[in-house]
Each structure stands twice: as C-alpha cells, then as structure tokens.
Design a protein around this ligand. Structure first.
Ligand code: HEM
Ligand SMILES: [Cu+2]
Length: 523
C-alpha cells in the first residue's frame, strides 16, 4: 500500500475511505470527551477536575466534533463517496479533483479541531457558541469560527460534486425512479447543505468579528441584537439534523430491504412525501430551539405547527420501513441488527420530541437533561448505529473480506444496552429537573445515583463500539474472503468485484428495463 497514492487519490472509493478513517478518529476523540464528562459527573463535587472551564472545553469538543467531525463527514463524506457512484453505475464522481480537495479540507478541519487540546486558551463555548459568552470569554472563539468555515467548505465542495454526479452520470437506463433510496436521501442532505451552510458560516464569522474586530452585531448595548445569532445558528443547525437524519435513514432503507428481501414499500411515497417533505419543511422550524428566548408569540405558535407538521414526512419514512419489513423474509445479520436498532432508537427519540415541540410543555423541559436524552436518541445514537450498521453492510464490498458475525452481534447488544442505560436515564432525571450543561450538581443530590448508573452505561456503550471497530480491523486484515455479492442484492454496487477496481467496472453497466435496486422478488 502506497501512502502517497492514498493522499493524492482522486478515486471516489479511496476518498471515501479517507473520510471514514478521519471521521472514526474524530468519533474516538469526541467519545473520550463524553467519557471524561461522564466520569466528572459520577460524583457530586470535583471528581476528575476541579476546573469547571475544563468541563466546558470537553463539552465543546464533544458536541462540535461529534457533529461536524464525525456524523456529517461519515454520512455525506464516506457513505456518499463510496456508495453513490457505484449505486448509479458511474466510473467516478463528476469532479474527482474537487472531491480530493474536499477530503483534504476535511482533514485540515480535523487538525484544527484537535488544536483545542493543545492551545493554552481552548474554546469553551459549547458547539452552539452563543454570544455574549462567546464574544467575552478568554477561550479561543476564532479557532471555532475557522474550524466551522473549513469544514463547511469541504461540505459545499461535496454537495456540488454529488448533485452533478447524480444528475449527469447515471448508467444508461437508470432513471430517477430507479435510484437507491440512499442516493435520494443524500441528495436531499446536500441540497440542505448548499442552502444552509452559508448561513452558519455567516453567523460564526460575525461572532469573531464582534470579538476581535470591534463590530457590534450581537451587542445590544451598541445597537446589535444578541438573539440574531441564535436565529442564524439554528436556521442552519436545525436543517443540519436532517443532513444527518436523511443519509442515516437511507442506509437503514438499504439494509432493511436487503435483509427483508423485499422491495421498498411505496417507493414514490418515500421519495416525494418522505424525503421531499423533510427537505421542504426543514427550514421552517428552527424557532423550536429558541422557545425560551424572547420573541413575539405568533412566531412561536407558527413554528410549533410546522414542527409538528414535519413529523408527517418523517412518519412516512418510518411507515416505508415498516412496510418494507412487512411480509419480508427477514434474517438477522449484524447490519440488520443495527438497522432495527436505529428504528427502535429513532422511535423513542421521535416520540419524545413531540413534547419538546409543544410550547407549553417545553418551557418546563428546555435546558434539562430531557433534551440531551432526546437528541441523543433521535440523532446522536440513532445516527451512529446507522453508521456502524452501514459499515458492516458494505464491509465485504470495501475490504473484499468478511467480518465476524458473532463479535458483530455481541458488539451490537453491548452498545444497545449501554445506550439505553445512559440516555433513558437522562430523560428521566431531566423531567425531574436536572439541568443540562452543568459541571456539578450539588443542588440536586437526589440525582447522584442516576449519574453513576449513566457513567457505568457510558463505559458499557464505549466497550460495545470498541468491539465493533476491532472486528473491522481484524476482519479487514484476516477475515474470510468475501464473495462479490454476499447479501444477494440486485443493487448495482454489488455487481462489481469486491473490492472494486479503479473505474469500478471494466465496462460501465447498463440496466435492463425491468431492473430495480430492490427487485428481490416479483411484486
Ligand atoms: C457515544 C456516546 C455518547 C455519550 C456517552 C454522550 C454523552 C454526552 C454528555 C454527558 C453530554 C453533556 C450534557 C451536558 O453537560 O449538558 C453530551 C452533550 C452533547 N452530545 Fe453527546 N454523547 C455521546 C454521543 C454523541 C454523539 C454520537 C453525538 C453526535 C451528534 C453527540 C452530540 C452531542 C451534542 C451536540 C451535545 C451538546 C453539546 C452542548 O451542549 O453544546 N453525542 N453528550
Ligand atoms: Cu430543530
């Protein structure tokens, strides 16, 4: 293996694998931050640090790196790169060099994020970086701004590339109605990135202008408005949860169709109603993150309605999954275990979101651990389970080898148990009044046992993820040789050899009129 070939590669599969390695490294770092926070919270009073700012730095690094360094790059960097050209029968992406540029920028972003641990005054502003704190802290707000901008550029480069690739490079005969659900989902995610990343870029640039260049965009004392930042930030960051959600549910669709050996239930409903509906509504709900900030009431009511409305397309996506499982010939290989895990976690996360959408209830729940539990279920761990399931699913294609089924399933169950120990308990103590983002909870001694239980859960959860990653490393090095199409899927990525050569097929495929990626059996 030639290192230089990898660094300068323009092959979409290798670019994808680089994204995977970088994002898993980011996951490990951000995961260690979570374990440090959980260790700190395991007793009242100082446990592993006496410095509250240190906790804030961990919290900042955990949230920012998990979202910007792990989930978005794994989903729209790794999976999109590896799968989309193969699924549409293309030799590569439309702009292979722009693609290489995007993964380089991603690595620059990761290095910048890691500087957090080496600077004397690291950012301590949480991943949301709200002013006025972010503009007065001694922590390094500029590093945050710069990291977000670099990762944002990487994402935009990816978006332009994949929209063009799918529009112009589909194999002959592969019409829009025959795209994999994963491809549709990822296109939706990239449309959102192209529209909304510039807004985030603006917001984070302006906080650094305020802090270092003497402007007053967010300073009410000088004619600015501190809430403008919150609006700009969530105008991006709510759609960002769909940038994560859409590809991860797309992965689940691929896995569920394969292991239920069934066509996707109501393909058109899923694409137009589900994915289309989410994309259309996603920019209209950001205010639900600022219900407790000052604003006119009618906007609260309006955005409560749109927030509740978005559960309709999301519900359609879940119905599509259930329908695909219905009367399927289901088998429970490791990828399927993770996919079903996602459905379970996502349902808990989705249903616990409804009270948060309702303004009257959320006044009580806002800024408690209930919120932290909810969004970990719905996005953080549901998304992570999907990523792990997806890596297992395409593992034979990527490496040409098989992973170990026993360790795969064991890792799943360990993670699944740990996850529910941590995040169910969070919601429980949240409802009872435990506030979020606290370094210590001397005022709430009644929660100490629950915190200890969660710390134990986090350790179990971490162990489960380690089992999975070790399973991949060992499988990639010494696993059994994988057949080209181990799951018997008609989808195009399985029609080439494992691992696919540069250019993917000796001659590009053409698809027959009756071909469909989910034609597992006659309808
Ligand atoms: C894998 C195990 C994980 C554990 C044990 C964990 C634990 C935690 C803890 C203890 C907090 C701090 C709560 C507080 O002080 O308010 C937190 C916050 C957060 N986590 Fe996780 N987390 C995990 C995974 C993830 C993942 C995969 C994501 C990816 C999206 C994520 C995103 C966040 C975000 C955005 C915050 C809020 C940060 C903030 O308040 O600025 N977490 N997590
Ligand atoms: Cu939101």
């Amino acid at each position: 293996m030639n290192l230089k070939e990898w660094i300068f590669t323009t092959d979409h599969k290798r670019v994808g694998v680089l994204y995977l390695i970088g994002s898993l490294a980011a996951f490990a770092v951000a995961g260690i931050m979570a374990l440090l926070m959980r260790a700190e919270l395991s007793t009242i009073g100082p446990t592993i640090t006496a410095n509250p700012t240190q906790y804030n730095v961990w919290l900042y690094a955990h949230g920012a790196i998990m979202i910007l360094g792990f989930q978005i790059p794994a989903l729209t960097g790794f999976f999109a790169n590896y799968c989309i050209p193969l699924m549409i029968g293309a030799k590569d992406v439309a702009f292979p060099r722009v693609n290489a540029l995007s993964v380089w920028l991603f690595y620059v972003g990761i290095v910048l994020a890691l500087l957090t641990f080496f600077l004397p005054d690291p950012p301590d502003i949480m991943w949301t970086a709200y002013p006025p704190y972010s503009t007065i802290t001694t922590g390094n707000t500029a590093l945050y701004t710069f990291t977000v901008l670099v990762l944002g550029f990487a994402s935009i480069a990816g978006g332009v590339n994949f929209l063009t690739t799918v529009a112009y490079m589909r194999a002959p005969g592969l019409t829009w109605g025959k795209l994999n659900i994963f491809v549709w989902c990822t296109l939706g995610a990239f449309v959102l990135q192209l529209i909304f990343v510039p807004v985030l870029g603006t917001a984070v640039t302006l906080i650094s202008f305020d802090k270092y260049l003497g402007t007053h965009f967010f300073d009410p004392a000088r004619g600015g408005d501190v809430l403008t930042y919150q609006n700009l930030f969530w105008f991006y960051s709510h759609p960002a949860v769909y940038v994560i959600f859409l590809p991860f549910i797309g992965i689940v669709y691929e896995i569920v169709a394969t292991f239920a050996r069934n066509h996707v239930f109501n393909y058109k409903m899923v694409v137009y109603g589900g994915i289309g509906g989410v994309v259309l509504l996603s920019g209209e709900v950001w205010v639900h993150h600022l219900y407790v900030s000052g604003m006119v009431d009618w906007i609260r009511i309006g955005q409560m309605l749109t927030t509740l409305m978005i559960s309709v397309p999301v519900g359609l996506l879940v119905i599509g999954l259930i329908g695909t499982l219905y009367k399927g010939a289901i088998s429970f290989e490791t990828p399927m275990m993770y996919a079903l895990g996602v459905v379970f976690l996502f349902l808990i996360g989705g249903l616990t979101g409804i009270p948060l959408a309702v303004t009257a209830l959320t006044l009580h729940l806002s800024d408690t651990y209930y919120v932290v539990g909810h969004f970990h279920y719905v996005m953080a761990v549901a998304g992570t389970f999907s990523i792990f399931g997806g890596v297992y699913y395409w593992f034979p294609k990527i490496t040409g080898r098989m992973y170990n089924e026993f360790w795969g399933k064991l890792g799943f169950w360990v993670t699944f148990i740990g996850t529910n120990m941590v995040f169910w308990t969070m919601m429980d103590i949240g409802v009872k009044g435990m506030p979020r983002r606290y370094y210590d909870y001397a005022h709430f001694p009644q929660f100490e046992q629950a915190h200890q239980f969660m710390t134990l859960g986090a350790a179990i959860l971490g162990l489960g993820f380690m089992i999975a990653v070790l399973n991949w490393i060992i499988g990639a090095a010494r696993g059994k040789k994988a057949p080209d199409n181990p799951w018997g899927s008609p989808s195009l990525e399985w029609s080439t050899v494992s691992p696919p050569p540069h250019g993917n097929w000796p001659t590009p495929p053409t698809v027959a009129a009756d071909w469909h990626p989910y034609a597992y059996r006659p309808d």
